[in-house]
Design a protein around this ligand. Structure first.
Ligand SMILES: [Cu+2]
Length: 207
């Protein structure tokens, strides 16, 4: 092989390598995104749920899955109120698995000063000028006049977790058996309250 041909061969190999690594990188990114997306709606060990004020207008606050925010999916109020349907904020998880919930409220309104005892251990994370502050509450711990905008409540399980304004609240729940659990907001937050697809939805627990 003469020197110029060898150089040409090397150049072609380098270019091919760059193109292939780019394609491979894209492939990995796509796989990672697909895994995250499918993990959100089924068999997730982590459930991210946002509370968005005035989602869809008309002061309808809502629990919204992050993928629906990304895709601009705005629900119309569901007509079925007694069971799970295509309500846009239903969550599917596995029974017998510890599920970490991360509920992030983007609502800055305080609707209620809540005095109660923690039904479930939870940690509230707030961003402040001096960094992120975590407040952890153990089961049964009292809180007094906590300013909240919403709650994350599962009446069937006695779960009632306060969600303060512009705060991320993290807690872990394990659903012992397959079934359907309604989740809802107990705080008087407006017309989205008690509306399936907005401040109410269903957790579908599979075996
Ligand atoms: Cu609410």
């Amino acid at each position: 092989m003469n020197p110029s041909r060898e150089n040409t061969t090397i150049a072609i190999l380098v270019i091919a390598g760059i193109v292939l690594s780019g394609l491979f990188g894209f492939y990995i990114t796509t796989i990672a995104k697909a895994a995250t997306t499918s993990g959100q709606s089924s068999q997730a060990a982590v459930v991210n749920l946002d509370i968005v004020p005035d989602y869809g207008g008309a002061t309808y606050d809502g629990f919204v899955l992050p993928t629906n925010i990304e895709n601009g999916v705005v629900p119309t109020p569901a007509t079925n109120t007694t069971g799970p349907g295509p309500n846009d904020n239903n969550i599917t998880v596995s029974a017998g698995t510890a599920i970490k919930f991360v509920v992030t409220s983007w609502d800055n309104a305080i609707n209620q000063n809540l005095t109660a005892q923690a039904s479930t251990p939870f940690t509230a994370y707030n961003d402040t000028a001096s960094g992120q502050v975590a407040s952890a509450y153990s089961q049964g711990q009292s809180f007094v006049a906590m300013g909240i905008g919403h709650t994350f409540s599962i009446p069937q399980m006695g779960v009632n977790i306060p969600i303060p304004p512009t705060t991320a609240v993290v807690f872990t729940l394990t659903f012992a058996k397959p079934g359907v659990y309604m989740y809802t907001c107990d705080s008087p937050c407006g017309p989205g309250m008690g509306l399936v697809g907005y401040m109410e939805g269903y957790i579908i627990v599979t075996s």
